[in-house]
Design a protein around this ligand. Structure first.
Ligand code: ATP
Length: 312
């Protein structure tokens, strides 16, 4: 019985510019993704022989705070494995085990990460040998953030975020993430963003990538990057979860180079000057109300990568 384990990173959005709502229900985006060293692991194992009536794909989820993660065909890792089997044109079997560290519904694309990891793990387990370009296509059909979890690094996504171009970066950036109690629904945050704009009589601007941000990344300039961080979803996330304003303020007070809500939230991200500064900052914001845990991480890191193969 063999098994493949894939490690996959969370993302933080360095810039999330949200344009007008399109006819297909998505928004036009400029989305600068950055993969950070906070990982889920997905193991795909060949099921034990003998139970021909068992479902071809099963899933289990391990880790703290995994409430809300479906253990059914709705799990994004299962959906990805089913899409891959469909592409290969036959039924394949696998038992999936997800070890979660990425916060659930936290704005760090944990579900998308698991989908990407399942694609890589099952491609290997089933000996399909599909090239990454094919996996990227399947990934884009599953969700806008899935292709980036395959790619990793730092990249700009346009369209609904799924058309990706890797970005040049220098050095390592050090981060602190304040994980919140409970999640925020991504569609609800986008809906609130539209509602706030309508209320203010504001037309959604055409999303444009920030040149200052690209320049800071190229030069590895953390201070300039901190100033260029931007998230159009932040006002909506703060409207739905007002306590996040205190979390962001605590990080800024304690010397973060930049502070923003990650994607649709409620995770808050803080850029630090160095690994030491990140640890110091993490210690100082632990006690803020509504903050479940504080973790440090660095980026950029590679996308979904095989971490081990062996007996299941
Ligand atoms: P994003 O940053 O892409 O908007 P998120 O980080 O806010 O996403 P996820 O953790 O990806 O949110 O999960 C959102 C919802 O997707 C969960 O509440 C859950 O119902 C569903 N889901 C399906 N599969 C998974 C999975 N493998 N891990 C986490 N959530 C999953």
């Amino acid at each position: 019985m063999s098994a493949i384990t894939v490690r996959v990173p969370a993302k933080v959005n360095l810039q999330l510019a949200v344009g007008p709502l399109r006819e297909d229900g998505y928004h036009d985006l400029v989305n600068v993704f950055h993969a950070v060293s906070l990982f889920d692991e997905v193991t795909a194992a060949e099921p034990a022989d003998g139970d021909a009536t068992a479902a071809p794909l099963t899933v289990r989820v391990e880790g703290d705070h995994t409430g809300g993660v479906p253990v059914s065909d709705d799990n994004l890792a299962v959906r990805a494995a089913m899409a891959l089997a469909g592409r290969a044109g036959r039924t394949y079997r696998a038992d999936l085990l997800i070890r979660k560290s990425i916060p659930v519904a936290g704005g760090m694309a944990g579900g998308s990460a698991d989908a990407a990891a399942a694609l890589v793990a099952c491609n290997e387990l089933w000996g399909l040998g599909l090239p990454v370009e094919d996996l990227m296509e399947i990934a884009a059909d599953i969700g806008s953030d899935v292709p980036f979890a395959l790619l990793g690094g730092t990249a700009v996504g346009t369209g609904r975020g799924e058309r990706l171009a890797p970005l040049e970066t220098a050095g390592v950036f050090h981060w602190v993430f304040a994980l919140a109690d409970g999640g925020l629904s991504t569609p609800r945050v986008y809906g609130e963003c539209d509602r706030l704009r309508e209320e203010a009589g504001e037309a959604a601007p055409r999303p444009v990538v920030s040149e200052a941000l690209l320049d800071a990344l190229r030069r590895g300039d953390a201070k300039a990057l901190g100033q260029a961080l931007a998230n159009d979803l932040q006002p909506a996330a703060l409207a739905l979860r007002p306590s996040l304003a205190d979390t962001l303020a605590a990080g800024r007070e304690h010397g973060a180079l930049g502070a923003l809500v990650s994607g649709s939230g409620p995770t808050c991200a803080f850029l630090a000057e160095s690994a030491e500064h990140a640890h110091e900052l993490a210690g100082l914001i632990t006690d803020v109300d509504g903050c479940r845990a504080v973790v440090t991480a660095h980026g950029p890191v590679p996308g979904a990568t095989i971490a081990g193969a062996g007996a299941g």
